[in-house]
Design a protein around this ligand. Structure first.
Ligand SMILES: Nc1ncnc2c1ncn2[C@@H]1O[C@H](COP(=O)(O)OP(=O)(O)OP(=O)(O)O)[C@@H](O)[C@H]1O
Ligand code: SF4
Ligand SMILES: [Mg+2]
Length: 336
């Protein structure tokens, strides 16, 4: 986030003042609006927030899956030591996508072409990018399916013949065939039942544990799911990051009023074990996130925040490091 000089050498992703907007007839939707993020190698980071806060836009922009009306407006991106800003679109497609960064988009399960068998889909995806022969691609896929305990027979099936969970696990395998440094998984477990979710999480973790990807960004609106595999959690609200900390800190002692409300609203009662978390009841999320065409002035959370002060309406709070690697953007924590 702001002063993350530490870990710079170790960084798999380093993003500064990153902005991605939708330019629509109704106005400019500032869906990602000045985000800073550093992710170290060997980290699984969760990004959480309510619907419409910009998570998928961030995922698309960070993985260069950007189509009009979305546009990356500003910001520096360095992925695994490569500065992307200096590259042409063609270079990004050839050298970065699927190799340095891969995205499993939200609702990816529908991305598989219904009339194309998995084997042909994989061939189409990899042929142009790698120049491998059909046999080489097939061998690569078989190896990866075996590593991830996926049935080889699935390669000769049509997507509709696979269960939802299996389709998602197959997609994870396909997206990571070239061992990308960073995998961004956008809501990979939503719309699945709990036991299937567990299998998908295991596949994701397997990819990471085996070093097939160096780091993962796991995006979800569901902290209860995210916390099962992530090391750190970032909370996003209205196009901005508002808090970051280790999973344990974020669950047990959220600082930002929005994080408190979010965590309390999502965690099941048996997870609310500590007094500090019970206090999170003080912030019950009311109302809806704002329009990102014309977001609130100052702190974007101020219209919903029970602690809002005058300064919150006027000025945007800085992101401060309250403890080592613990960041929050809220005037309550700024010494004045
Ligand atoms: N194609 C689009 N054109 C215009 N605005 C869009 C488009 N896609 C998303 N938005 C807007 O951008 C903002 C962020 O949306 P985004 O999909 O990134 O949120 P999200 O956090 O992923 O939500 P969810 O949890 O529902 O997936 C929202 O205000 C949304 O309405
Ligand atoms: S900056 Fe102010 S309005 Fe925003 S979360 Fe903190 S106290 Fe609430
Ligand atoms: Mg989304």
């Amino acid at each position: 986030m702001n002063s993350l000089a530490i870990g710079e050498i170790m960084s798999i992703l380093d993003v500064r003042n990153f902005r991605a907007y939708y330019f629509t007839k109704a106005g400019t939707v500032k869906a990602v609006d000045g985000v800073n993020l550093s992710i170290d190698k060997k980290t699984i980071i969760g990004i959480v927030g309510e619907s419409g806060c910009g998570k998928s836009t961030l995922a698309k922009a960070l993985s260069f899956n950007v189509e009009p009306p979305l546009k990356i407006v500003k910001g520096d991106i360095v992925i695994d030591g490569i500065k992307i800003n200096d590259m042409t679109t063609d270079e990004i497609r050839r050298k970065i996508l699927g190799i340095k960064v891969a995205l499993i988009p939200q609702s990816a399960m529908n991305a598989l072409v219904p009339t194309v068998k998995i084997r042909s889909f994989i061939k189409d995806v990899l042929k142009e990018k790698t120049g491998y022969t059909t046999l080489e691609i097939f061998e690569l896929a078989v190896k990866r399916f075996k590593e991830l305990n996926l049935p080889i027979e699935a390669l000769d099936m049509y997507p509709f013949e696979l269960s939802g969970g299996m389709r998602q696990r197959v997609l994870i395998a396909i997206a990571t065939l070239l061992n990308p440094s960073l995998l961004i998984a956008d809501e990979p477990t939503s719309a699945l039942d709990v036991s299937t979710q567990k299998m998908v999480l295991e596949t994701l973790y397997d990819i990471y544990r085996r070093g097939l990807v160096k780091s993962i960004i796991f995006i979800s609106h569901d902290i209860a799911t995210v916390r099962q595999i992530v090391d750190e959690i970032v909370v996003m609200y209205a196009g901005k990051f508002v808090e970051k900390g280790s999973t344990e800190e974020m669950i047990n002692e959220p600082l930002h009023p929005y994080s408190k409300g979010l965590i309390f609203s999502i965690l099941t009662p048996e997870l609310i074990v500590r007094e500090r978390v019970r206090k999170a009841k003080e912030v019950l999320l009311k109302g809806e996130p704002p329009s990102l065409i014309n977001p609130p002035s100052g702190c974007r959370f101020h219209p919903r925040c029970p602690y809002a002060m005058d300064i919150c309406r006027r000025e945007e709070p800085p992101m401060i490091e309250v403890e080592r690697n613990r960041f929050v953007s809220c005037w309550l924590y700024v010494k004045r």
